[in-house]
Design a protein around this ligand. Structure first.
Ligand SMILES: Cc1cc2nc3c(=O)[nH]c(=O)nc-3n(C[C@H](O)[C@H](O)[C@H](O)COP(=O)(O)OP(=O)(O)OC[C@H]3O[C@@H](n4cnc5c(N)ncnc54)[C@H](O)[C@@H]3O)c2cc1C
Length: 377
């Protein structure tokens, strides 16, 4: 039984309940508070710290790689591709406007994409670079976002790739410190975060919504926003969100490491960066899509070994490359593979954060979500 005090404080009825204290839930709370500071908001998070993608990712600010942007352009058209890119650009600016580079270890290190000779872009790489730079320059205010760095590959510390394209706007970020700093900011604005409380079910009511917790508690609010990303299937099966595990390994510290920055290969299925003198590498989900379609965080020896072999094949070093740590995170993929904001029932919204790209996109998605939610409050 709750005490009167508990019922009248932690578990009191609120204007908005958000499920999930990852980047999407946190930025949404901050944005709603910005729109209306008097709104009462509670975030309910089932773990003692957020546990999905936001604190388990690779820590790339993720502006966008050349082949990915060209793919988006071919699929969605030039304007839609530029809209996505502008959202990421603004998202990164927004993160920087809220937190000092030191607080979140924002490192504007630049990045690279390795491209095989067999890729459709490889034959006319310089033309593609030039065209994309021209399209991007009104957004980035740069003449050369992308440059052909293939001739510099060994100097950059890589080997056995065909082409290398540099991107000055890629950056690294400390994912744990970002989520931690954002959580503190949200709480300073008056948002309550209840950790260790799992939502089992929800029910739309005439004047709002009731949510049922694993421990039998019930909470009521006018609006509900689900930000549970790769775990959405359990709460809102109709959205058909497919979980996708991303595995990461971190190497030993090298005495000397030339390679610095963030790196992508094979349409982003492989991604790696330096973390001081270590290398963090993740991906290779495409080795076994079906096995990685899971919310199980344990990971597999097969992918860890493969990632280590990949590094041995492509990093220029005379030193041993040894795995020191490993972990997994869970992404959520929408049927279109694009971010999704949807009112799934009266007063109940879902925001599915951007597949493997949420760091830069969640701050901007939160603005769109807040406009929709505010229309109902
Ligand atoms: C391995 C990996 C690498 C990645 N690398 C990058 C990268 O470098 N750059 C980039 O931009 N993006 C990257 N991403 C994607 C990015 O991390 C995500 O897009 C973003 O963090 C999604 O945030 P979110 O808040 O939507 O989801 P999450 O961070 O997954 O948050 C969902 C939260 O909901 C909680 N929850 C789930 N179910 C319930 C329930 N029933 N009740 C209460 N709480 C619940 C979970 O515990 C979790 O904390 C990566 C993702 C992974 C997995």
């Amino acid at each position: 039984m709750l005490s009167f005090w508990e019922k009248d404080s932690y578990y009191a009825n609120t204007d908005v309940i958000i499920i999930g204290a990852g980047l999407m839930g946190l930025w949404s709370a901050l944005e709603l508070k910005k729109q209306r500071p008097s709104l009462s908001i509670t975030i309910v998070e089932r773990n003692s710290t957020p546990l999905g993608a936001s604190t388990r990712n690779a820590g790339f600010a993720c502006f966008g790689s050349l082949t990915e942007l060209l793919f988006d352009e071919a699929k969605l058209g030039t304007n839609a591709m530029l809209d996505i890119l502008e959202a990421r650009f603004k998202g990164i600016q927004k993160i920087k406007s809220h937190f000092s580079a030191e607080t979140i270890q924002f490192d504007p290190c630049g990045g690279y994409e390795a491209i095989p000779a067999s890729h459709a872009t490889a034959a006319n790489l310089d033309d593609h670079i030039q065209t994309l730079n021209q399209l991007l320059s009104p957004i980035t205010k740069l003449d050369q976002t992308f440059t052909n760095q293939s001739a510099e590959m060994r100097k950059i510390g890589l080997k056995n790739f065909d082409h290398l394209v540099g991107n000055v706007l890629e950056a690294g970020i400390h994912s744990g410190k970002l989520v931690n700093a954002l959580s503190k900011l949200v709480m300073e604005k008056g948002v309550t975060i209840l950790y260790g409380l799992e939502v089992k079910d929800w029910e739309s009511e005439r004047n709002g919504v009731q949510i049922q917790m694993q421990n039998g508690l019930k909470l009521c609010a006018n609006q509900l926003i689900s930000c549970v990303n790769g775990f959405t299937q359990q709460l809102i099966p109709s959205l058909n969100i497919v979980p996708a595990r991303g595995q990461i390994i971190l190497t030993n510290a090298f005495e000397h490491l030339t390679m610095k920055g963030t790196f992508h290969y094979d349409e982003g299925f492989y991604y790696w960066r330096n973390l001081g003198n270590r290398i963090l590498i993740g991906g290779a989900r495409n080795l076994d899509f079906k096995e990685e379609e899971t919310t199980d965080l344990s990971g597999t020896e097969k992918i860890r070994t493969h990632l280590l072999d990949f590094l041995r094949q492509h990093i220029v070093t005379h030193e041993n490359i040894v795995m020191d740590q490993y972990w997994s995170g869970i992404m959520g993929f929408t049927p279109t593979k694009e971010p999704l904001i949807e009112e799934v029932a009266p007063n109940i919204f879902a925001a599915i954060a951007c597949n493997g790209m949420g760091v830069a996109l969640t701050p901007v998605m939160a603005e769109k979500l807040a406009i929709q939610v505010m229309a109902n409050v």
